[in-house]
Ligand binder design. Structure first.
Ligand code: ZN
Length: 198
């Protein structure tokens, strides 16, 4: 890629370090960017830096947000007694898109994976157990149906059951290993409505 000059090569390298962006896409984006008005490029780069600098975890549900409490936790209309446990903020977004879930969430920021050496202490489990000391009716486990997601679901149900709080698992039908983000809204709704008590 020497023939592009070092500035463009550097830009292509940076872009291709992002997930899902291969060499060709990185080149296409780089050439698009260098043809954009400078002001627009500045806005893009400022949005990147600003998002990174202001992002934090909601102190209630651990999702990524830019405030102490995320918009869902600070919404008085949401049912705080129903907590849906998901792996990532992207999973939360997928369920929010259905527009039908009125409870709140807890984002684990990962899943238990003995293979990768990720144990219960490495995800936001402690924070969830703390929340369960409050007034909670039901915990809906909506981790992925991957091996890690199922391991996490099993671990969670064992942990929560002794508290007497109802624990349910979203119905299968969510493709095995499927990222919740890529599943259509109808499938997610059916999985949620068809949840079974553990
Ligand atoms: Zn929150």
């Amino acid at each position: 890629m020497e023939y592009y000059g070092s500035q463009i090569t550097k830009l292509i390298e940076q872009l291709s370090s992002l997930p899902g962006i291969g060499g060709k896409t990185a080149q296409r984006l780089a050439f698009h960017i260098v043809n954009m008005p400078v002001e627009q490029v500045r806005q893009l780069s400022e949005a990147l830096v600003s998002a990174r600098e202001h992002i934090c975890y909601c102190k209630e549900c651990c999702t990524l947000t830019d405030q102490e409490l995320c918009p869902i936790c600070s919404n008085p209309a949401r049912d705080k007694k129903t907590i849906m446990v998901v792996e990532t903020s992207r999973d939360l977004a997928a369920y929010e898109k259905t527009g039908k879930y009125e409870g709140v969430y807890h984002v684990l920021q990962g899943a238990i994976s003995p293979l990768l050496g990720i144990g219960p202490g490495d995800i936001r489990l402690k924070e969830l157990m703390q929340r369960l000391q409050g007034d909670v009716n039901e915990v809906i486990i909506a981790t992925n149906s991957s091996l890690e997601g199922e391991t996490t679901a099993m671990y969670l149900s064992k942990l929560i059951k002794p508290t007497g709080i109802k624990v349910s698992r979203i119905a299968s039908g969510v493709p095995v290993g499927g990222d919740l983000e890529y599943i259509d809204e109808m499938t997610l709704l059916r999985a949620l409505e068809g949840r079974v008590e553990l």
